[in-house]
Design a binder for this molecule. Structure first.
Ligand SMILES: [Zn+2]
Length: 233
């Protein structure tokens, strides 16, 4: 089984889901058969600039620096000194290939809220990239769009799951962090601490926004499900 979009998971649950002892790198090209994994962070001192489109369906994910380039002086590299591709280069290469075949590679996105606490942002297609000026140097910026492909096409043993565009509207990390703190990490209905999700109080389709913490709340899986049943009936 796979996580729901906007589900809150522990670091260990995330590693178990991806069958890894640890996940330390931000970019993990083809971590598993059929998809890559990227990690984001919402910390104010996060090392990379990640953005979300206004309609909440696209993530702009910054590539990674030369190891140790804390002052951000050097252009982000597509290749290592030895000539092999960096993670940046592997993603670019895969996207270049996909533009010809039309078969866009899949990437799962996780975001760190705080120590040991992560949210699953969903499954995306890697659609494009650019190499842009940022500060004194140039960086890669990857374009990931919400995919309607079903995960089991990528990985057979995963449960069939239709991606619900409503649920996949992206909530900015800073909003998530503020909501998590405000709701004290528990379901606003019952106080449960497990299986939490970020929920749009007024759905996007009814004019609700993802951009304001006033419209987002924490719900446990049970209350999240109850609410979506009510909305869909
Ligand atoms: Zn609850």
């Amino acid at each position: 089984m796979s996580f729901d979009v906007n589900q809150i998971v522990s670091y260990r649950e995330m590693c178990n889901e991806e069958e890894q002892e640890q996940l330390q790198r931000g970019m993990n090209f083809e971590l598993r058969q059929g998809y890559s994994v990227v990690l984001m962070s919402v910390k104010t001192n996060a090392p990379y600039v990640d953005r979300i489109s206004d309609d909440g369906l696209t993530i702009y994910y910054e590539g990674h620096d030369v190891p140790g380039d804390r002052l951000k002086e050097y252009d982000q590299p597509a290749a290592n000194p030895s000539g092999t591709l960096t993670q940046n280069g592997m993603y670019c290469h895969a996207i270049d290939r996909a533009k010809k075949s039309g078969d866009y590679p899949l990437v799962k996105v996780y975001e760190k809220l705080q120590m040991g606490i992560w949210t699953y942002r969903g499954l995306f297609e890697m659609r494009d990239y650019s190499f842009i000026q940022r500060g004194r140097r140039k960086v890669f910026e990857y374009v990931f769009t919400v995919t309607e492909q079903k995960l089991e096409e990528a990985e057979k043993h995963h449960a069939r799951k239709v991606i619900d565009l409503e649920q996949t509207r992206q909530i900015p990390g800073k909003v998530k962090l503020a909501v998590f703190k405000r709701d004290k990490g528990v379901c606003t209905q019952c106080g449960a601490k497990d299986n939490l999700h970020f929920d749009h109080i007024l759905p996007y389709s009814k004019g609700g926004t993802s951009l304001k913490e006033e419209n987002i709340q924490l719900l446990c899986a049970r209350h999240n499900l109850q609410k979506s049943d009510r909305l869909n009936s």
